[in-house]
Design a protein around this ligand. Structure first.
Ligand SMILES: NC(=O)C1=CN([C@@H]2O[C@H](COP(=O)(O)OP(=O)(O)OC[C@H]3O[C@@H](n4cnc5c(N)ncnc54)[C@H](O)[C@@H]3O)[C@@H](O)[C@H]2O)C=CC1
Ligand SMILES: O=C(O)[C@@H]1CCC=N1
Length: 270
């Protein structure tokens, strides 16, 4: 699908910035300027975007419709002020920085900055990301629609009305792929402990996580129903789940983990 996307300025072309840029180029983005001080990170885009090391090299007269911040939240105070000049031109600012609040971004960009705070995840790299987004007051309908188009280029999008909800979203879907990959890691280790060859253990763990994800994506059933479908009464899975679903085991660990990550997101507000 090709859509008309405005000129875009991307700040940070690492794992997430690169995944999103690739989705936008696929959707027909014709002009992108990418600020990336570490040249190898943006190398793959050299033939399709203008790569520059810092804001001083932005081409004269460049007037982006959207400026996307995909740098670490800790870099924001030193980095954002150089882009405040685009506020007056009516650019939409999209931030995917964990925790960084709209208030802290506006303190750097100017009070009139139109800011969308979004939280994608790494499956964006295969266009199967999930992003939740929050449009700050002052973002126009057209700007919100542009943000929606940009975010949908890499997967599914949901909008929230309360900025603070982006913090638990960061904990659940932002970091969520890491928890799923950890599941694959610990399944592989447990398989080896049962005497299975390491290469078989690795294949099994990867295929089981990937296949289960694909089944979940293809199904309209709840995850709990898909789980029950595996669990034969008095069978083997029932024994395993009695361990994992003990209230002190996975349910408690996941709640504690999500709380810890949400707290960290709030600490990064700035
Ligand atoms: N990795 C993930 O799963 C997710 C990350 N995020 C957020 O995305 C942001 C980027 O994270 P990653 O892509 O994982 O990090 P990364 O380290 O892969 O990418 C950050 C990039 O920014 C560049 N950079 C550093 N200072 C810069 C500056 N002043 N101007 C322009 N570029 C600069 C770095 O060279 C690096 O290539 C973070 O704020 C993170 O919270 C959001 C959702 C998921
Ligand atoms: O770990 C982090 O801070 C970022 C935000 C969500 C995923 N990675």
């Amino acid at each position: 699908m090709t859509e008309t996307l405005p000129d875009l300025l991307l700040i940070g072309c690492g794992k997430m910035g690169g995944a999103m840029l690739s989705g936008w180029l696929e959707r027909g983005l014709s002009r992108a300027v990418v600020v990336e001080p570490y040249a190898p990170a943006a190398e793959a885009f050299a033939h399709r975007a203008t790569i520059i090391p810092d804001a001083t090299a932005i081409p004269a007269g460049f007037a982006p419709g959207a400026v996307v911040f995909a740098i670490k939240p800790q870099e924001a105070p030193a980095t954002l002020p150089a882009y405040a000049r685009f506020t007056e031109g009516g650019a939409l600012f999209v931030s995917i920085m964990a925790g960084r609040s709209v208030a802290s971004m506006r303190a750097a960009l100017g009070g009139g900055a139109a800011v969308v705070r979004a939280m994608p995840n790494t499956p964006a790299a295969v266009r199967q990301g999930f992003t939740a987004a929050y449009a700050a007051p002052g973002v126009t309908t057209a700007q919100a629609a542009l943000a929606d188009t940009l975010l949908q280029a890499v997967g599914e999008v949901a909008w929230v009305d309360d900025e603070d909800q982006i913090n638990p979203v960061t904990a659940v879907s932002g970091g969520g792929p890491a928890y799923v990959f950890l599941l694959a890691e610990v399944m592989e280790k447990a398989a080896i402990e049962q005497g299975l060859p390491p290469d078989l253990a690795r294949r099994m763990a990867r295929a089981t996580v990937a296949g289960s994800g694909a089944l979940l994506a293809a199904s309209t059933q709840d995850a709990a129903d898909l789980r029950r479908a595996v669990t034969s009464p008095k069978g083997t899975t029932e024994r395993a789940l009695a361990v994992l679903m003990d209230p002190d085991a996975w349910p408690a660990s996941m709640s504690k983990a999500i709380q810890a990550a949400t707290d960290r997101a709030r600490e990064l507000a700035g």
